[in-house]
Design a protein around this ligand. Structure first.
Ligand SMILES: Cc1cc2nc3c(=O)[nH]c(=O)nc-3n(C[C@H](O)[C@H](O)[C@H](O)COP(=O)(O)O)c2cc1C
Length: 351
């Protein structure tokens, strides 16, 4: 049963669906693409817990698809409960992008999303990611090639522009729309900012005014109230949540629930956190095998317990775990420690 912690006045519910081509995104809450985070295991988990309207894969290299990389094909991991699912592709060659988009659709993609926001040099030096914003004609050629190749809708996730203060995307988006883009997600920072500074939501409002396709707002949405505020202040069609969901998939559930009802849900208990962290790692182990699955999540599992007493020690212990049993044991010892502490017995949490 949700506990009503706070009910805002006269504003809710405001949650309404938007469409990407003929695909209904309901509720208008999207799990952002995040490399090494939004793999199939995390997407399934978030979908089961919070029912966002859309989840997106981490960025997938079209060159790696072209060369048939086994590890790259593992990244699709499409299952029914994730639908609708957007597969995000990056690359700079129109023919290779179009070929990879067809492969992604064969693998089960409902939407193809083009990465025009990744700022890391390894990606940008090939002309892919955020570098695409520097060459409008090339960006349009890529969109056109993909739109011709697949029947599913094509979307773009972008930044405000390359250089700080030059809001180039607002002009580019109109051209991309003419080239066939069905929706945009705007991370309201410039590429040169990386993740520094604050997202400037005013840019999302301006972008929304300048295009006719849906615009999803992204950047620094951390709470249900943030989600409501960005929708109200910018008029954007949906919200996209990234970092706030790492180790905290409940934030998506909380946002979905708040936009529908105006109610804030209570935070998860320690038992729920442990159960969810274990479900996450167990699913990944099933997909990648024990060693790779556990190692992959060593950095993320401790985030489920951020803010708890002893969480730094927990992080150290999980960092050296390489089996499911050792993760389970570590979490059981942590629960025991917290339990002792809550009952006034200050026993140490041993690694
Ligand atoms: C670990 C990490 C990985 C990311 N990987 C991708 C990616 O693969 N594709 C992409 O378009 N954006 C990627 N991003 C950017 C996020 O999708 C999002 O735009 C950004 O984090 C801002 O949103 P937030 O403030 O909600 O985190 C990544 C961000 C983080 C923190």
């Amino acid at each position: 049963m949700p506990i009503l912690l706070e009910k805002p006045k006269n504003v809710l519910p405001i949650s309404s669906a938007y469409y990407v081509g003929n695909i209904c995104i309901d509720p208008p809450v999207v799990l952002a693409p995040m490399a090494d985070v939004t793999n199939g295991s995390f997407r399934r988990l978030v979908k089961r817990m919070g029912s966002p309207g859309l989840v997106v894969t981490e960025l997938i290299s079209t060159a790696a698809i072209h060369y048939g990389s086994k590890r790259t094909f593992e990244m699709f991991d499409v299952t029914e409960e994730q639908r609708p699912l957007a597969v995000q592709l990056f690359g700079a060659d129109p023919a290779m992008m179009a070929e990879a988009a067809k492969v992604a659709v064969d693998q089960g993609a409902d939407i193809i999303d083009i990465n025009m926001g990744c700022w890391v040099p390894k990606v940008c030096k090939t002309g892919a990611g955020a570098a695409m914003m520097k060459d409008e004609a090339a960006a349009c050629r890529i969109v056109e090639a993909i739109v011709r190749a697949v029947e599913v809708p094509v979307t773009v996730k972008t930044r405000a522009g390359w250089q700080y203060g030059q809001f180039a995307t607002v002009g580019l988006a109109k051209k991309l729309e003419e080239a066939g883009v069905q929706a945009f997600a705007l991370h309201a920072r410039y590429a040169t900012q990386g993740h520094t500074g604050e997202a400037d939501w005013e840019l999302i409002r301006q972008m929304k005014e300048s295009v006719s396709k849906p615009v999803v707002g992204n950047g620094d949405i951390k709470t249900p109230q943030d989600a409501l505020r960005i929708l109200q202040e910018t008029g954007c069609d949906g919200v996209m949540i990234g970092r706030a969901a790492i180790g905290n998939p409940w934030v998506i559930r909380d946002i979905v629930h708040y936009l529908k009802t105006g109610e804030l849900l209570p935070p998860p208990t320690l038992d729920e956190r442990i159960e969810t962290a274990l479900a996450h790692v167990s699913d990944l182990v099933e997909h990648l095998g024990e060693n790779r699955g556990v190692r992959h999540l060593r950095g993320q599992l401790p985030l489920y317990f951020k803010g708890y007493r002893g969480s730094a020690r927990l992080r150290d212990a999980i960092t050296s775990a390489d089996t499911l049993v050792s993760v389970r044991d570590t979490l059981a010892r942590f629960a025991n420690y917290i339990d002792h502490f809550e009952h006034g017995e200050d026993s140490p949490f041993e690694n």
